[in-house]
Ligand binder design. Structure first.
Ligand code: ADP
Ligand code: MG
Length: 257
């Protein structure tokens, strides 16, 4: 079976820093795959390489069997792989509903509706996007917040909205960069539940880059460990946690769930 997302020999340098070095990984369809590694291991760089925000110096990325190494993020989104983006500041002045209704155009790199589209067509597209937004708010438990300005959301609610925006488009793979950052414990439960439901009921595959071991331990299988820019090992959390090489890589850090 081929992986939904796979990378081979990925390398990326910043000046004299080799941030990612000959990294490989496979994300199997239907999995919630975790990616961990100590600070500076190259996780964020890898995430940006996989989503297309930056290009590798060498190596390749394949999605669903297709080479996407040179494709821009919005082209990858059209193929069904989507990453979350932090809400840009200017969207704080839009409501939750408005943010959702805008995201298909943003994620797919489309221009706003053609200036001369006929009013009837515009109304039809709007109605479809609106219906979808309602569905997505339901899944994301955002209904009570539909008219709240994004700027007024808590850190955790923003994360829910970021994740919800990916659902406005048909996608199979969702890439999450530190979904747990800045989320209070109460909302953390909602967030992990939502990820699990999207996986089991909606068939979404996830790759989650995270340093919160608790979140990784609860959600992810397998867990991929990278260190010094490259692949170290992969497996169920309980196995990799006891792997001496992993413990050594984290020496001085913590690997307690
Ligand atoms: P992680 O997310 O695992 O903490 P990063 O991918 O952020 O690791 O960083 C890996 C290495 O690459 C670090 O040494 C970091 O300082 C360096 N690095 C990352 N991005 C840049 C950049 N834009 N310019 C220079 N160095 C960078
Ligand atoms: Mg990082």
């Amino acid at each position: 079976m081929t992986a939904l997302l796979s990378a081979e020999g990925l390398s990326r340098r910043f000046g004299g820093v080799q941030a990612v070095q000959n990294m490989r990984l496979d994300v199997d369809r239907g999995s919630i795959t975790g990616l961990i590694g100590p600070n500076g291991a190259g996780k964020s760089t890898l995430f940006n390489l996989l989503s297309g925000v930056i290009r590798p110096n060498s190596g390749s990325v394949a999605y669903n069997g297709q080479d996407v190494t040179r494709l821009a993020p919005f082209r990858r989104a059209r193929l069904g792989m989507i990453r979350t983006f932090q809400l840009a500041r200017e969207f704080g002045r839009l409501t939750v509903l408005e943010n959702l209704m805008l995201s298909p155009q943003m994620q797919l790199g489309e221009r706003f509706l053609p200036l001369f589209a006929r009013p009837k067509e515009v109304a039809k597209i709007d109605a479809e996007v609106y219906a979808r937004a309602e569905e997505v708010m339901e899944i994301a438990t955002l209904i009570p917040l539909r008219d709240t300005y994004a700027a007024d959301l808590s850190g955790g609610q923003k994360k829910l909205l970021e994740l919800a925006r990916t659902l406005m488009i048909d996608c199979d793979l969702i890439l999450l960069d530190e979904p747990g950052a800045g989320v209070n414990p109460a909302l953390m439960g909602t967030l992990t539940q939502m990820i699990r439901r999207l996986n089991s009921e909606h068939g979404k595959t996830f790759l989650i880059v995270e340093h919160d071991m608790d979140l990784i331990a609860r959600l992810c299988d397998p867990v991929i460990v990278m260190t010094e820019g490259t692949f170290l090992t992969a497996g169920p959390f309980d196995t990799i946690r006891d792997d001496p090489r992993v413990v050594e890589a984290y020496l001085g850090g913590t690997l307690d769930a």
